[in-house]
Design a protein around this ligand. Sequence first.
Ligand code: SF4
Length: 212
Amino acid sequence: MDENLKQTGQKRLEAAAAELKKNNFSCSVHASSAAAAAYLQKLVGPGKKAGFGGSMTLAELKLADGIKAAGGEVITHTPGMDRDTKIKTWLKAQAADFYFASPQAITMKGELVLLDGNGNRVAACIYGPGKVFLVAGVNKLVGDMDQALWRMKNVSALANNIRLNKDNPCVKTGKCMDCSSPNRICNALVVLYKKPHSTDVEVVLVNEELGY
Ligand code: SF4
């Protein structure tokens, strides 16, 4: 990456971290995905359970493999699970020692914005287990809530529709059509304006483009 852009990313992440801390979130900034993954793996440690929400960011960090290699257990739904098994897995993930997910957007006012098709991930982030880690690359930073709402549908959801091979209208038009499709993936929106009282939330910011 261009050195000036790298420094720009670092400064923007540090500015966002300062605002997140004002909103009572713990926050750490990492220069690379490798550094962030090493930091998180060490915190989980052997014998602990880690619930995972679906996330390309976490996949790019190869965090599940790292946690398993360090003796931890990863709880997450997998493709092909039937509905009942999926729901049981989501509940187990929510009750784990740690929960990992990635928001679709973080505003420069330190607000976290998440949008789900099913709602399991946003539920765990509001009222999760011992500790929730929300991991995000520099590409998730936006100026304000309007930009966050635009990004989550016109960038995150569009890319996820393509990844999941969904036939929703945004895939054809290249922009959100606020559809009523039975396969719509934009159903449950959560904004964490401040840290929820009973949930320990740490935001892990990474100076790389990660996920959608
Ligand atoms: S609401 Fe529908 S059209 Fe809009 S991004 Fe979500 S799935 Fe696509």
